[in-house]
Design a protein around this ligand. Sequence first.
Ligand code: UD1
Ligand code: UDP
Length: 384
Amino acid sequence: MELKKIAIVFGTRPEAIKMAPLIKELKKTPELYDVKIIVTAQHREMLDQVLKVFKITPDYDLNIMRSEQTLSDITAMVLKKLECIFIKESPDMVLVHGDTTTSFTAALAAYYQQIPIGHVEAGLRTNDKYFPFPEEVNRQFIDTIADLYFVPTKTTKVNLLKENKPEEKIFVTGNTAIDAIHYTLQQTGQHSIQKILDPSQKWILLTMHGRENYGQPMKEVFEAVRKVVETYKSVSVIMPVHLSPSVQKAAESSLGNHDRIHLIPPLKVDDFHKVLKKVYLVLTDSGGLQEEAPALNLPVLVLRNNTERPEGQKAGTLKVIGTKKERVYKEIIELLEDEVQYKKMSLAPNPYGDGFASVYIVKALTEYFKKEGKFFKEQGDSER
Ligand code: UD1
Ligand code: UDP
């Protein structure tokens, strides 16, 4: 196989965490892959934290983040800037991840240049276009124009087959989030926050940032959490607060000024994973955390009305509880008091892979390039 140029585009914290292991794997074979890393910096500080932990230096940094940026801001800036880079670099493939607006726009920019697209963490669906917003539509758009699909589970493969995506272009690999945990937990060093994790307390880790949860849903969840802490003296909360101004304001207003509720800045991912290992329970609307917590034997109460990660629900590790105050309060209490239920959730198997997803993705890519040309002709696709 001749040397292939792979452009990897990402911009937010979760994409960076999940693409980092793949970058490391691709870079192990410089005779096969010339890797160009393009960050949009849709997130600035939260992206830089990840780049530092994984020691990744981008080849291009679009530096687009603005305070309170709109979806159109992100789309317009990324699309135009990537056009120039794709024309200049002419990569053999563009890899994008998941469902952010960076990923959707990068896929669109690649399509406009007729560059093959590989979608990592493809196939997730709620089939509700406003939940999560705008991620459900972002990922459906990407899958419409992708050439290769790296799906985390069999369920996600079935989702794509139902949409008539060709089976030979779909590879079940597990989720690279698990690969990332294997890396971060090997890092040495201890963040000062670990010292406050008093083992006599039951710690709840809380994160919440989805656009669909801005306003009333966030307020109700935060009020429920505060009520739990006020009722149970043995419970403390740690919340690394996302840098979105909407989240900052909501958290400060409902959860601020309580000595057992710790609102802290976003943690570096290695510190965050070490904190996760010490807490009792996770409350979150994050996609990534729904995959990571089960790998660390932690139950997750999902602060959403539905999830695109039904494997975790089926395995028993995730419970979708919505965002209504009474329900959230009741579900937390149940896990604090019912040890049998707690154990059942925390010991459920992790359905998101064995930590070698990046190895399987690179293998699949190499297989694809070895059959290049033939592959597309067989599918009746472009002649590139
Ligand atoms: C984005 C993704 C979402 C993903 C989430 C992960 C879209 C539309 N949304 O949502 O899918 O789950 O990232 O966290 O792609 N900010 C900073 N510094 C940072 C990061 C954010 O100041 O390092 C602030 C900025 O004011 C920015 C705001 O947060 O305008 C919102 O960021 P944005 O990327 O638009 O949306 P997220 O809610 O982070
Ligand atoms: N994370 C982190 N520091 C924090 C909180 C979360 O590194 O303070 C990591 C977490 O381990 C997971 C990812 O960020 O891998 C989740 O990102 P986020 O919640 O921003 O996005 P989502 O998963 O919802 O897309």
